[in-house]
Design a protein around this ligand. Structure first.
Ligand SMILES: [Ca+2]
Ligand SMILES: [Ca+2]
Length: 506
């Protein structure tokens, strides 16, 4: 599918980059060791929060392979999604623009259906245009990526779709509130790991690494489904975790008391069960343990791919990046799932390793998934673009303590934004209500300081980072879309008006 013109450009870029990389590799030696442009192994994990060993989000989380990757590269301890939901988060990362710039906030639309983005060059297309082979399996884009024909415009080569794979004949946890959604399920279920979508995605990625042509760089994308619900795992993964309350997250029952009512509007009526139901149905521990078990299972699949990368000798010249698309609550602030602007909803794993990346770097400054695009462009020596809203993490990948000029911004529908600096989280909702948390003393964001007169300067400093562009939902927006009419003080959630006196759905 690649044009001769694209290959030609790729060759020119290769020559330019090889000379550049060689110069970096041997400073002052006077002898450039030309090395082909690095490959990219681009790994996504769906709904993976910070319950990753080295991120410290859960003291029992076992992710030895991701921890080893972090040790051989650089990990971002304060990385955040741009939207706490699959489609807007992934669209933002792949097109290089904030959700507030695209207006894509819901599970629909597919961004190619929005006229402004029909021809937008995505991250994989940028690599393809520079002579890379682009391959993908599992979930990278949300949805069908334009169907069997349209999707080859996004990636040249498509492997297995991944997803749930083997599943029980009926839900394991019984009926769940707010619609009994089939995905709201989890637990121990006897099956073969080989029959899981994620196992097949990893096997396909391994095969691509083993058969990769030596003379052409690749951009290989593997998107893992778990620990997205339904979180089913086999016994060996459950055995990694105790069947007692140590698997539960640290939380406070009164945590929501000092948060604005508008915070509920962001996840007003959803199939994800709330803490009240989890407790009543005796499912909280089972959910936490299932999520942990699935996290370890996915870690093992990524480990299989990383071992193949070593065995094929490709690790030396391959940039690996692992990212999660947004966080996931497991009872914290009384909810499960995504769609929040707190750390549980926005914090994600983000790890880089490979040529040009320092070993053992641990970055505490904020980072955005939006930064992945310009970072990979820089690391691979592609021509820089001036129409990306992220900034390259190159400085932090070379030196973890390198300064960064701005915080991480997360938006969930128009007017609702979080600003995460190295120390603080500031949130502003569409009705003007606010939250402020001091991570120096309050890692769980329990104490809202927004009304503290002593924090005026901190509030001012963070308010100035609120997005200047803040578009209403793009045409075709649907599913988890929230709008707000300030003159009537009315929110509209998925087409239904919510007023100040409506009871919070449980
Ligand atoms: Ca997701
Ligand atoms: Ca609180």
């Amino acid at each position: 599918m690649r044009s001769a013109f694209g290959c030609c450009l790729g060759l020119i870029a290769w020559l330019a980059c090889a000379a550049h990389v060689g110069a970096v590799d041997s400073p002052g030696s006077g002898r450039a060791t030309a090395r082909p442009r690095p490959n990219v192994l681009f790994i996504a994990i769906d709904d993976q929060n910070d319950w990753i060993g080295h991120l410290g989000g859960h003291p029992l989380a076992k992710t030895p392979h991701l921890d080893r990757l972090a040790a051989r590269g650089t990990t971002f301890l304060n990385a955040h999604c741009q939207a706490p939901l699959c489609n807007p988060s992934r669209t933002s990362l792949l097109v290089g623009l904030r959700p507030t710039t695209t207006g894509i906030y819901g599970l629909a639309p597919w961004f190619r259906d929005v006229p402004a983005f029909k021809k937008r060059v995505t991250l994989p297309q940028q690599f393809r245009g520079e002579g890379y082979r682009t391959l993908t399996a599992g979930k990278i884009f949300h949805g069908g990526a334009g169907g069997p024909r349209g999707r080859t415009e996004e990636f040249e080569s498509w492997g297995p779709g991944g997803g749930i794979g083997a599943k029980p004949s009926a839900k394991l946890i019984g009926e769940t509130p707010m619609g009994n959604h089939p995905a709201m399920d989890w637990g121990l279920f006897p099956h073969r790991d080989e029959d899981k979508g994620d196992y097949q995605v990893a096997s396909w990625a391994i095969e691509q690494l083993r058969s990769a042509p030596k003379d052409e760089p690749f951009f290989l994308a593997a998107g893992f489904f778990l620990p997205h619900v339904p979180c089913y795992a086999t016994q060996q993964w459950f055995d990694l975790y105790p069947d007692d309350d140590r698997v539960l997250p640290v939380m406070r029952d009164d945590d929501r008391d000092d948060t604005p009512r508008f915070a509920w509007y962001l996840h007003w009526n959803l199939p994800e069960p709330r803490l009240k139901w989890l407790r009543e149905a005796n499912q909280w521990r089972n959910l936490a343990r299932s999520y942990l078990a699935c996290t370890s299972f996915v870690d093992a699949q990524i480990g299989r791919v990383l071992v193949a990368l070593e065995e094929t000798g490709l690790a030396e010249n391959t940039i690996v990046v692992v990212w999660g698309d947004h966080g996931w609550h497991i009872g914290e602030k009384s909810i499960t799932g995504k769609n929040s602007l707190w750390d549980d909803g926005t914090r994600v794993p983000l790890i880089f390793a490979g040529p040009g990346v320092s070993k053992g770097g641990r970055v505490t400054q904020p980072a955005e998934l939006l930064d992945i695009y310009p970072t990979l462009v820089e690391l691979c020596g592609l021509p820089p673009r001036d129409d990306l809203e992220g900034i390259s993490l190159g400085p932090q990948l070379r030196e973890a303590a390198a300064p960064r000029a701005r915080p991480a911004i997360t938006s969930h529908n128009q007017g609702n934004h979080s600003v995460r600096s190295e120390r603080w989280r500031y949130i502003r909702y569409a009705d003007g209500s606010e939250e402020l948390y001091d991570h120096l003393v309050d890692a769980h964001e329990w104490v809202n300081l927004a009304s503290d007169p002593g924090q005026t300067a901190v509030l001012e400093e963070h308010r100035r980072w609120l997005p200047k562009i803040d578009l209403p939902p793009a045409p075709g927006s649907a599913q988890r879309v929230l709008t707000y009419d300030a003159t009537r003080d009315e929110a509209t959630w998925e087409g239904r008006v919510v007023t100040r006196t409506d009871a919070i759905p449980e």
